[in-house]
Design a protein around this ligand. Structure first.
Ligand code: COA
Length: 368
């Protein structure tokens, strides 16, 4: 299912201590952050792909823009007051909200909780064998934080609302309790003027639409972070099967390219097949039967080479797979000068792999 593109993006510079947040308000909860605007925007198509795939995994098919084109609709910075970050309220947050939108958010809170509980079981199994998971908050702290944030966000519109429960209970107990409380707050907000704007005691402005997008985004953000921590601890990328043979079957590649927003690349199957036939080197990463990463090169094996079509499935991004794919193409090729075109915002990723900007490069752009 598709909706017309481009992907509409609302930018929040200063998000989370100085990053740039990119909110896709047409898909409440879909979000990605980067160290600057370009790197946040570079990850937007994958963030949309990941959001659609997450809902599909839970049996909910939604329409997403089938494009990698992005349009920034509005930019509102986060600000700091008395050491507290006050986050953006966009013009589009000040709209009335329909009952079905709240129902969708309530469903998605359940998906996020289910996924978090499942992931926590995998973390517990890893910790039983290896000790505390490195790289961030302890599991009890994380659960308390996720529960506290859900309670805090759901209470923003009703300053009299107080959750009295013990936030320190185990995840399987506390998360459903807080969720039930949050759902009651949302139902109350729905019975009120749904475009009403409330300013909290720190000076941050809140509306129902803003509460909804942040309620979905927050657990997803921590799910992603915990998933990346566990993957690093497990060495998950090292356990993927990396193949360097030639891919001839385009079906899996089409799925991967769509997941990162490369719909134009897959629109013409003949052209895609020619792309593969014309490449001299390919590297692909496999999680069982699923193709989760791909990169290719055209090289004369003597002086010059070109690297292109570097794609990592959104579920595997941020775990070091991109690096592994490029290194696999570069290995045993010290004599070759490789060039590539980095998507704006990804120069840092390639710089970390030994690439540098070349002021002498000239490009004849594609005419179609
Ligand atoms: C670019 C890409 C191949 C990198 O692969 P990867 O496996 O995520 O690589 P890494 O784990 O080494 O992470 C690379 C960088 O992206 C950042 N990143 C990865 N996933 C991210 C996400 N979901 N949100 C924000 N940043 C993310 C990492 O923090 C890292 O940043 P840094 O190098 O500036 O520190 C992958 O993100 C991708 O497939 N993107 C979509 C397709 C694309 O744009 N390809 C590149 C064409 S030039």
């Amino acid at each position: 299912m598709s909706v017309p593109g481009p992907i509409r993006v609302w930018l929040e510079p200063g998000y989370d201590g100085g990053q740039v947040g990119a909110w896709m308000l047409d898909l409440p909860g879909c979000f990605v952050a980067g160290r600057d605007t370009a790197s946040a925007l570079a990850h937007v198509p994958s963030a949309v792909g990941a959001f659609g795939a997450w809902l599909a995994d839970h049996g909910e098919a939604i329409a997403v823009p089938e494009t990698d084109q992005r349009r920034v609709v509005e930019q509102v910075g986060a600000s700091i007051a008395d050491g507290t970050e006050l986050n953006a309220t966009f013009g589009a947050d000040r709209r009335p909200v329909a009952g079905h939108e709240v129902e969708a958010v309530v469903r998605r809170l359940v998906y996020a909780r289910t996924d978090l509980l499942e992931l926590l079981e995998r973390v517990a199994a890893w910790e039983a064998a290896h000790g505390p998971l490195p790289g961030g908050r302890s599991v009890p702290e994380l659960v308390r934080h996720v529960a506290a944030a859900e309670m805090w966000l759901a209470g923003r519109l009703d300053r009299g609302a107080r959750f009295e429960g013990p936030l320190g209970a185990p995840a399987a107990t506390i998360l459903p309790i807080v969720e039930g409380w949050a759902v009651e707050r949302l139902s109350a907000a729905l019975a009120d003027d749904t475009a009403r704007e409330v300013v909290d005691d720190k000076g941050e402005s809140w509306t129902l639409a803003k509460v909804l997008r942040r309620l979905v985004h927050h657990p997803l953000d921590h799910l992603g972070e915990l998933d990346r921590r566990l993957a690093r601890a497990e060495g998950a990328v090292d356990r993927l099967v990396i193949r360097k043979d030639v891919l001839v079957e385009t079906g899996r590649l089409v799925e991967l390219f769509r997941a990162v927003g490369w719909y134009r690349r897959v629109a013409d199957p003949g052209r895609l097949a020619r792309m593969l036939e014309g490449s001299t080197d390919m590297v692909s990463a496999w999680d069982g039967p699923q193709l989760v990463g791909f990169a290719r090169a055209i090289s004369d094996d003597a002086f010059n080479g070109y690297i292109g079509s570097v794609a990592v499935h959104p579920r595997w991004q941020g775990k070091g797979l991109g690096q592994r794919l490029i290194r696999a193409l570069l290995e045993n090729n010290d004599q070759v000068r490789f060039i590539l075109t980095a998507v704006e915002g990804l120069q840092g990723f390639y710089a970390g792999l030994g690439f540098e900007p070349d002021p002498q490069a000239m490009v004849r752009r594609r005419l179609r």
